[in-house]
Design a protein around this ligand. Structure first.
Ligand code: 13P
Length: 250
């Protein structure tokens, strides 16, 4: 039985004051009355704040990126070992915004997965197709390549230590969610791709859906057999919305 996992991706939003209000509202609002695993992925400078406000709670915190390198002359980069020192449990890797805006390739993403796993942190590996790829019928091919890059660089064993987030690019921040059926079909494809290598690892793999998840659509998405929770952008910045989404992952 896979656990449901809901993670917030704050992206480049927040401030000390806004984060404190949000985290206090989450702690108070969620209490212990929820079944899912929960994480918030904050910008790097706020990880210490997350560590101090969330310590001892059931809410984990994580980062949105990490370097593929352990240390060295890489100005502006942050290593997985550094994230671990701040108590991070998860690291988002290969988000479509990083692939599109910062040129992260399938190969680089695979190296980052490996660096994060080496620090015993859990990568949230993002995969997903762009609108034109869906419309031209190559969505599965694109996602297959994204997964295969990690399989060939890290091996199937990596999938026992990571979470996959299926985020169709056309659904991110657009208000246009994949239907539960569309999302389920891709989640089943992803699980099948992993199952071809190791059925037990595939069965245990947590696959989140991300892309305009809101309180109004979360329960239907999370009810699909291969959707194991969500990676939430905009709605993770609104305490009541994020709480409702977490509760929908019962
Ligand atoms: P939205 O929930 O704002 O569409 O963002 C999804 C996302 O990119 C999470 O990583």
């Amino acid at each position: 039985m896979r656990r449901k996992f809901v993670a917030g991706n704050w992206k480049m939003h927040g401030s000390l004051a806004a984060n404190e209000a949000l985290l206090r509202a989450l702690l108070a609002g969620l209490g212990n009355g929820y079944a899912a695993e929960v994480c918030v992925c904050a910008p790097f400078p706020y990880l210490a704040q997350c560590a101090s406000l969330l310590a001892g709670s059931r809410i984990a915190w994580g980062a949105q990126n990490a370097s593929q390198h352990d240390h060295g002359a890489y100005t502006g980069e942050v290593s997985a070992a550094m994230l671990r020192e701040f108590g991070c449990r998860h690291v988002i890797v290969g988000h479509s915004e990083r692939r599109a805006l910062y040129g992260e390739t399938d190969g680089l993403v695979a190296e980052k997965v490996s660096a994060v796993l080496a620090q015993s942190l859990v990568p949230i590996l993002c995969v997903g197709e762009r609108l034109e790829e869906r419309e031209s019928g190559v969505a599965e091919q694109v996602i297959g390549h994204q997964l295969d890059a990690v399989l060939s660089h890290c091996g199937i064993g990596a999938f026992a230590g990571l979470v996959v987030a299926y985020e169709p690019v056309w659904a991110i921040g657009t208000g246009r969610t994949a239907t539960p059926e569309q999302a389920q079909a891709v989640h089943a494809f992803i699980r099948g791709r992993i199952a071809a290598h190791d059925a037990a690892i595939a069965q245990a793999l947590v696959i989140q859906y991300g892309g305009s998840v809101k309180p109004g659509n979360a329960a239907q998405l999370f009810a699909q057999p291969d959707i194991d929770g969500g990676l939430i952008g905009g709605a993770s910045l609104v305490a009541e919305d994020f709480i409702e989404i977490v509760r929908a992952a019962a």
